[in-house]
Structures are given as C-alpha cells and as structure tokens.
Design a protein around this ligand. Structure first.
Ligand code: BGC
Length: 740
C-alpha cells in the first residue's frame, strides 16, 4: 500500500517544476505519510548508524547480524561502505525491509576521495574560495560516483593549537577566513541544492569548540567563556548553516562540563532554536556511549536519554538508541514527538537526495569508472596544490632555481615518499598515484640538471647512518633541496604532539648538510605548523608545502623552478616555541602591553619574545608588492552607513604575481576588550610586473560589530583603526575613522 502511495506521488511529481518552497512542503508531506506507517522500532532504526567496515569485503558473510538488522529496519545509515558494488549490495538488503526505506551511506571524504587534494589546512593557505569550492566539488563528484551520499566534512573547528593533530583538517585559526572557507566547502560538496548526482551531503563538524581541546590533546575537555565561544568558535558553524549544510556532527569534547552530544545549549538552544536549523545532527563515533567514561551518566540508557533530549538525532556507533530508546519512549521518559522530529529530519534528507525515487541512483558502475580516473580532477588538484604552497624565506633570491644550477642534491625522508604526501584522512587513496618531489623535479628539470637523491634519515627515528652519504651529495652539488617534515600519520585524529619540531634526526641531518656551506632550500611537509627555528635561521630558502596530495611533487617542482610564482599565505600562526601556544595574531590588548625592550611588568616571557616565527597571513612571492595611497571616502560613518577604503597595489618586481591583500580592524575602546586586530576583508589580486591596481574594501556595521556583554552582536560608536597589508604583522597602510 505504502509503496503504491509513494510511487503515485513520485509519478505525479515527474515533470513538474515546483518552486523550492512548494517542493519542501511536498517533501514534508511525503515524510509525514511515511512516518505514519512506521512502528516505533522502525523509527528508532532510522536514528541508528552502523559502520560497515565489517559488512563489505571478505567479512560480509560473517556479519550476518548487521545485515539482518538492516533487513529488520533497524538501521538508517551506514558509514564506511563504499564502492558501487558494496553500496548496492547493502542497499539491496535495506530494500528487503518492511518499508523499504533507503539507507544513507556516509564516509569521511575530507580532501578528496580517489583524487587526493591538499589537506584542508593547506588549501586554506590559498585564500581562494573558488579553488576550495572546486576541490570539495570534485571530492563530492567522486564520492557520489561510488555510491556515497554523505561526507563527514567540512571540519569547521577553529584551531589555535598546533599540537592538536586535527588542525590539519580545518581552516586554521581565524574566524573570518574560516567563515568563508566553511561556506565554500559546503557549497562545493553539496552544489546549490541536494539531489544532484555530482553532490553529497556535507556535515559541519565538530559542534562545537573541539579545536580548543585543552592542552592540545585530542578528545580533551573544553572550558570556554560564552564570549569566546560566540566570537571565535561558533561563527563558521553558522556560516555552514547559512550555506545549507545538510547535517551537523557533535564533538568528542565536553563544553564547560557537558559532553556536546548531550548539550541542550548547543543542539537545541543554538542550532535548532536560534539558528532554526532543519538538518539533522549525528553524534561522533561512539560519543553517546562515551558519556559514561566522562562520568556524565552512569549507564548507557541515561546516555541515550541525554542525547536524544538534547537534540542528537543519529547515534553513530554507540548502539545506545537501538538498545534503549524503545524503553525510554514506552516509559514516557522520551516523548514520541522528539523521536518523530529526529526521524523526520533524516527522512527529509533521504527524499532530497532522491533515494525514495531510486535507492540505487548513486550506484552506477559507468560513472564510478569515469569519475575516478578523470584527468580534469588531476589537473585541479595540481592547481590547488601549487597555490597552497607558502614561501617563508628566500634569502638572496636563491629561488626560483637559477639556470646556472646543474647539480642538485635532493636530500630527506620526504623527497620520495608517496603515501606521506597524501596526509591523513586520505579517502580511498592509492599511494601509487602520487607524484613525489623527486619525480616532479626529474620531470620538470629533464636531462639538463643532475639530481642526486639521498634519503639521509628516516622520518621518525634517530638513525644517523645516512648522514655521511647526504653530506657527500651536498658537497658535490650546486644547490641542496631538503625535503623534511612529518609522516602522514603524525597529524590528524588522535595525533597530538607535545613537541612539534621535526621528528627523529631530521634537524641534525639539516645541520650536517647545511654545514657544507652549500645553499640549502628546505621544503617542509606536515599537517600542522611545525617549529623549526634552526632551519628558519640557516636555510637559504624555506617553502612550506604541507601535505599536498597526489600532485605534490609536480606542484612543488613548479614553484621551485619558477613555473609557478608562490602565492600562499599562512592561515595559522607559526610559533617559535611550544611555550607560546596557543598563539594567535588575534590576541587581546592587556594592561601591561608588551615591549620587547623592557624586561618585566609586561605581558610577555623573560626567555622568548612574544612574536611568532611566522605570522598569520604571511607568505612571500618571487615578486614584490607595494601598498600605497590609502584613502577613506569619509572619516565618520553612521551606524547604517558605509566607508570605502581604497588604496593602490603595485607589483614592483620583475614577474607576474598574486597577492592576498588583507584588511584588519581595531576597536580601541569597547565595552568588551577587543583584539589588537581582526581580519575583516581579503582579496586575491593578480598583477603583471610594474602593474598597479586600485583596490577597495567596504566597511559597514557588520565589520565593526562584536559580541557585547549581553552576547548581542553589535557595534559601539567611537574611533576605529583600519590596517591594510600583506600579512597580519606587516600592515603598511593605516587610517582612523569614527563611528557615530
Ligand atoms: C571522527 C569524526 C569522523 C568519524 C567517522 C571520528 O573518530 O572524530 O570526525 O567523521 O570518526 O569516521
């Protein structure tokens, strides 16, 4: 009967152009009609997500229970089932359930599925929203082509502690930049509207404040003022809501003593209340159950109770809803209205994805073949990788490699290491696809230049037996390129590090090689900001290459040889000492302002300066840019008015180049003490040698607003400072104005 009803409605819909609103109404009505047919067990089943690591591959038969649960309608979604064949197989089992409600298949497609792009922190260094969106779009296209409907991305957690391994998964330290990147990634994954065969549902995670885990230890508690939460950590989530993110994931941390999967404040008051969010929230893996380990509840039933009441719609891998919700409903501890609301949110997405019309619409072998080997995707990852590289130092213009260089010693454990280039969370990666730096340089330089490659040392251990060969190669070379850094599994989830220097004996390898007196270019690869003072002081040039994905070697070779002029800017501060962490450009003024020349009674250390090693927004080019002639169109602004800040940017070097111009604001007197500067605008500008362009930024009330003591987003009249430049610590132009 139900099947007939659904297909009649589907037929009626075919060919009709509904407006978005009418269509939503229709989906709502259709969902309600499905819910009316569901038993309590079937409803609870929709709220349950299993991992399919066990149901695909050779273990299929052994996991009859899981498949049986699907057949009984006890599962709404699976994660980690991938590939057309596998998703089809498991969906076929769901189609044997009484109501034939299709499953959602989700997976962590973080920076590419098969074609691996730079890690998200690296992509953020492009400051290029079109490229970031393109990267997410290609990841989605590939994911959708293997039967997936849902990626657990983007991670929009602001992160200011590079000890935290998951800093690699986000947009860095800044809220303003993070808002744009959150939007670009959501739109990239989902397209303008769900339902396209080249799109998957996005999942804004981890709600919330996970990036502030105390001491930089993953999964740790977070104690945070409301002010900081609203000002710094929540806005990218709001940006994801506004961009239409279909789903949210709660986090592993507690927020002020409450596990976030049980946070009424986050999930009900803010997300579903104030922000009117209509998508659904999934817990993080096992995090409902983990409330017991936190000591928040004494048993799993209470954990399930706390989670469902506070707005967690789907349980990822705790089995808590499956085991306890029925009893909680029948004993009236949980109202059926809450269950229906959660079920509805999930079914709406299944309808929007078109799965009720055709549960196999994402299962197409042909598409799987063509999308996964698509040369356009390879081209795109190369482009994103080129633009993610940040040039940190270039003494005496040692880069790009001069034509006179005929012998290069390429030294270091990351020079020819395929898997490491892909970084953590590398989808369904195939390390064979990776172009390493050795390969990239060989291809780029051809026969003209001899490249002697010596590994020199392992990445992680203190082995020095390769040093002698490395030193010998350096002595015979005109130029040394050293590829140093972390292994792919030293950043990412559960990969916090207390010391964030180069692991193993790599720093000593650098010293041994550099002592030869040959010019050394250090290419550093990592998923986080590392601390590398020795290299920063002594290398002739430093390129920060993060983990750049499948085309890493080609991208780095393009920059080293000058085929591409580097344009990346740091999306996160690089400290000079672990003791400075957390360190951000966005810090507050204090009553004892820092003065490098004064020994005490100031907000600083007596042993290390306050300044970072490399500041947020910093990055060099092979050309130079001049900032001049800042003019504000007025010096006073009404609250509902605008000010235009205009200036001239000139390329004063001899090559074409791209500059990320940045605008910062400071509010010197406010009812809540304000940071010394806040990023409030940026643009990427391409200029030919000698060329000048007039650039304008618009300042309005939004630019000047902050969360006041009542947590109201508003501005306050008074003087403001506007600062413009190419890095947060190099703001060449400044002007003042007044808000009336
Ligand atoms: C991570 C999430 C991820 C989930 C599913 C968890 O351990 O924290 O970010 O989406 O696993 O793989």
């Amino acid at each position: 009967m139900y099947k007939v009803k659904i297909s009649i409605i589907s037929l009626a819909l075919a060919g009709i152009q509904w407006s978005a609103v009418a269509q939503r109404k229709t989906i709502n009505q259709r969902v309600d009609s499905v819910i009316r047919l569901m038993t309590l067990d079937e409803k609870i089943g929709q709220l349950n997500q299993y991992s399919g690591r066990e149901v695909t591959g050779p273990l299929v038969k052994q996991n009859a229970n899981m498949l049986n649960d699907i057949k009984l309608g006890k599962v709404g979604s699976m994660l980690n089932v991938q590939g057309v064949q596998n998703t089809r197989h498991v969906q076929e089992v769901a189609m044997q359930s009484r109501l034939k409600i299709p499953l959602l298949f989700g997976m962590d497609v973080i920076h590419g599925y098969k074609t691996i792009f730079p890690v998200p922190l690296a992509e953020s260094a492009t400051w290029d929203m079109d490229l970031i969106r393109l990267s997410a779009h290609i990841a989605a296209k590939e994911a959708a082509a293997v039967g997936l409907h849902w990626t657990f991305a983007p991670m929009v957690d602001i992160a200011r502690d590079p000890r935290w391994g998951r800093i690699m998964e986000g947009a860095g330290e800044d809220t303003y930049l993070g808002n744009y990147i959150a939007k670009a990634r959501v739109l990239g994954f989902q397209g303008e509207k769900l339902g396209g065969l080249d799109a998957v549902m996005a999942c804004a995670k981890h709600f919330a404040a996970y990036g502030a885990s105390s001491s930089g230890r993953d999964y740790n508690d977070v104690e945070m003022s409301d002010h900081q939460l609203w000002e710094i950590y929540l806005p990218p989530f709001k940006a994801a809501v506004d961009a239409g993110a279909a789903t949210f994931m709660s986090s592993f941390n507690t927020l002020n003593g409450v596990p976030t999967a049980a946070s009424n404040y986050l999930q009900r008051d803010i997300l579903k209340g104030k922000w009117k969010y209509s998508g659904f929230v999934v817990s993080d893996w096992g995090s409902i159950d983990q409330m017991i380990k936190w000591g928040y509840v004494g048993n799993k039933k209470d954990a399930a109770l706390k989670a469902i009441i506070s707005g967690c719609d789907m349980d990822m891998m705790s089995y808590s809803y499956l085991e306890h919700l029925k009893e909680l409903v029948t004993t009236k501890q949980v109202s059926i209205t809450l269950i229906d609301d959660a079920v509805k949110r999930i079914l709406v997405k299944k309808f929007e994805l078109g799965l009720f019309e055709d549960p196999y619409r994402f299962c197409n072998e042909e598409r799987e073949k063509t999308e996964l080997n698509n040369p356009e995707h390879v081209k795109a990852t190369l482009k994103v990788a080129q633009k993610s590289i940040v040039l940190l130092k270039n003494q005496d213009a040692v880069l790009p490699i001069q034509k006179t260089v005929k012998n290069i010693a390429l030294i270091g454990p990351l020079a020819d290491s395929k898997r490491d280039m892909q970084g953590a969370w590398a989808g369904a990666n195939e390390a064979e696809r990776v172009v390493t730096l050795l390969k990239g340089l060989q291809q780029k330089l051809g026969q003209d230049v001899r490249i002697t490659y010596v590994k020199g040392a392992p990445i992680k251990t203190n082995d020095t037996t390769g040093f002698a060969e490395a030193v010998k190669a350096a002595k015979n070379a005109d130029l040394v390129i050293m590829a140093l850094g972390e292994a792919y599994d030293q950043s990412g989830e559960s990969r916090s590090r207390a010391e964030i220097g180069l692991p193993g004996s790599q720093d000593d390898l650098f010293t041994a090689v550099q002592s030869t007196g040959k010019p050394v270019v250090a290419v550093l690869m990592a998923g986080r900001p590392l601390i590398f003072n020795n290299i920063a002081n002594k290398a002739n040039a430093v390129l920060y290459a993060w983990f750049l994905g499948d085309q890493a070697g080609n991208a780095i070779a393009d920059v080293l040889t000058g085929a591409v002029n580097p344009s990346g800017k740091l999306p996160v501060t690089f400290p000079r000492s672990v003791g400075q962490i957390p360190l951000t450009y966005n810090d507050y003024k204090t009553g004892h302002p820092y003065n490098a020349n004064v020994f005490q009674y100031q907000t600083g250390y007596i042993d290390v300066p306050n300044a970072p090693r490399f500041a947020f927004g910093y990055g060099l080019s092979y050309t130079t840019f001049k900032y001049s002639d800042l003019k504000l169109d007025k010096t006073t602004m009404a609250k509902n008015g605008k000010i235009t800040a205009g200036f001239t940017l000139t390329n004063t070097g001899s090559r074409a180049g791209e500059e990320v111009v940045q605008l910062y604001i400071h509010d010197p007197v406010a009812s809540v003490v304000q940071p010394t500067k806040k990023l409030k605008g940026f643009q990427k500008v391409v200029l030919n040698p000698g060329e000048s362009k007039s650039i304008t930024f618009t300042i309005d009330n939004e630019t000047l607003s902050f969360y006041n003591q009542q947590l109201k987003w508003d501005s306050e009249p008074g003087k403001f400072k506007v600062m413009i430049g190419g890095a947060s610590d190099d703001l060449k132009l400044q002007a003042d104005f007044e808000l009336k």
